[in-house]
Design a protein around this ligand. Structure first.
Ligand SMILES: Cc1cc2nc3c(=O)[nH]c(=O)nc-3n(C[C@H](O)[C@H](O)[C@H](O)COP(=O)(O)OP(=O)(O)OC[C@H]3O[C@@H](n4cnc5c(N)ncnc54)[C@H](O)[C@@H]3O)c2cc1C
Length: 421
């Protein structure tokens, strides 16, 4: 067996948090590994578009390449075989790498709440549709209804318009008064005001506040959506529906490593240290707060990981300011109870295993539902239906087991080789 490659700091996730952590640690000469399952760094917000990365990410990457950072692009961490070791699957096959300190910057994913028709072809997440367009999907002249909650609606609405789509309406479930309060609070964040004004110019006339999708209709793919506002229902024809209700943290890898989870998020102290010695966490898994909070947390984690505690402490004030911003987003975009009542007994909840809402009501926990219906046992391992059943039925999610993500059988080859030898 080849000798284990061991790094001072291993960072999992090359989004804003992971890039900041790697940059901070490498800036002081540490040998750093930066792993991401995407082909190119950038994470969700700076995802490469048709193979090309944004200027700001390119700058960071050029900077990293001058430091002692080894990138593992297109590599998924799917197991932690022993203390201080991660197992990944990537272009070089299965590989184990060792760390002295580990920064988990694994981000979050969109939250989907089931409604009739949400599994029709061309109905998908908001960030999901944006990612497809970045990968080359042509939306020119397509009618896209954007719906759900949060600032991403406006950002993606504007992005789709820029890429030639027609966006007849943007449905924001939060009431107008909460949006107005949130907007007024932006005065403390001048950069965000600028973004808000520029987005508002493009999409203000399309925005419907206090409105949400009741169902999507279509025979072979989505053809229209029925939506509700002010006690009335309306129908809009469309070719795509982009709908999601904010984000949920990716806590599976932290859980596998034994990190304590509190209220659904990875628990960290002031220094971004988890309950496991030497394991730090930054960005969305510790709380949903946007790109600026992810970046500052990543930087703090990277600095503390290499013993630069004083430098890290200097950033605590900035982090607190972005946490305040995160709390104001939480208040403004709190989910209304009507969204939890949209599914009918026939509505699919677990789309991997085709389990319907009516099959689930009899069970009192995700574990019994899993045993009786296979809910959460498909390839996504409950990443989509798990958060939905938590919102709909109040179920907590169970433990996690490797492999954390679907990997080819050949990825599991090494343990088999060991058995044979
Ligand atoms: C689909 C989607 C689209 C979004 N689009 C926007 C947008 O357009 N504008 C905006 O302001 N905000 C957007 N956001 C929110 C944005 O991601 C956050 O505000 C913030 O930037 C998160 O940064 P992060 O570094 O914490 O996580 P992320 O940017 O999510 O980065 C986490 C990285 O970890 C990697 N990763 C996770 N698990 C593993 C593993 N096991 N092995 C290897 N790599 C792993 C992922 O591939 C990802 O690149 C989006 C979020 C999502 C989920």
């Amino acid at each position: 067996m080849p000798e284990l490659d061991r790094f001072d700091v291993v960072v999992v996730g090359a989004g804003p948090a992971g890039l900041a952590a790697a940059n901070a640690a490498a800036g002081f000469g540490a040998r750093v590994a930066l792993i991401d399952e995407n082909e190119l760094p950038g994470g969700q917000i700076y995802r490469a578009s048709r193979g090309s990365i944004s200027a700001s990410v390119r700058e960071v990457i050029e900077d990293l390449s001058k430091k002692s950072v080894v990138r593992f692009d297109g590599s998924t961490v799917f197991e932690a075989p022993s203390d201080g070791v991660l197992r990944l699957w990537g272009p070089r096959g299965t590989q184990d790498i060792g760390y002295r300190s580990l920064v988990l910057a694994v981000g979050g994913r969109e939250l989907f709440l089931p409604f009739p028709g949400w599994t029709l072809p061309n109905a998908m997440g908001i960030g999901g549709l944006q990612a497809l367009v970045k990968a080359g999907l042509d939306v020119r002249e397509k009618r896209v209804v954007v719906a759900g909650t949060g600032p991403l609606l406006l950002a993606v609405g504007a992005y789709l318009l820029e890429h030639g789509a027609r966006v007849p309406i943007i449905l924001e479930q939060a009431p107008l008064k909460d949006l107005a309060l949130f907007g007024a609070g932006l005065v403390r964040y001048p950069a965000k005001i600028g973004q808000g004004i520029s987005l508002g110019r493009h999409i203000a006339t399309r925005l419907r506040a206090g409105a949400w999708v009741e169902r999507a209709e279509g025979s072979r793919a989505v053809e229209s959506v029925t939506w509700r506002k002010g006690g009335k229902s309306f129908q809009t024809e469309c070719d795509f529906l982009a709908c999601a209700y904010g984000f949920v943290p990716n806590v599976e890898l932290p859980q596998l490593l034994g990190c304590e989870i509190q209220d659904g998020f990875v628990k960290v102290d002031d220094q971004q240290l988890t309950s496991v010695k030497g394991v730090f966490c930054a960005g969305e898994p510790t709380g949903i707060g946007g790109v600026d909070l992810s970046q500052v947390e990543g930087r703090i984690a990277g600095l503390v990981a290499i013993g630069q505690d004083d430098q890290a402490e200097a950033l605590f004030g900035k982090r607190e300011s972005w946490k305040r911003f995160a709390r104001s987003m939480d208040r403004a975009f709190a989910l209304r109870h009507e969204l939890m009542e949209l599914s009918t007994p026939d509505t699919i909840v677990c789309r991997c295993e085709d389990v319907r809402a009516g099959d689930l009501v009899a069970w009192e926990s995700s574990r019994t539902a899993k045993l009786q219906t296979r809910c959460g046992m498909g390839p996504c391992q409950g990443r989509i239906c798990g958060p939905a059943t938590q919102k709909l039925f109040g179920w907590t999610q169970g433990s996690v087991r490797p492999p954390l993500s679907p990997v080819p059988l050949s990825a599991l080859g090494r343990p088999l080789d060991e058995i044979e030898n």
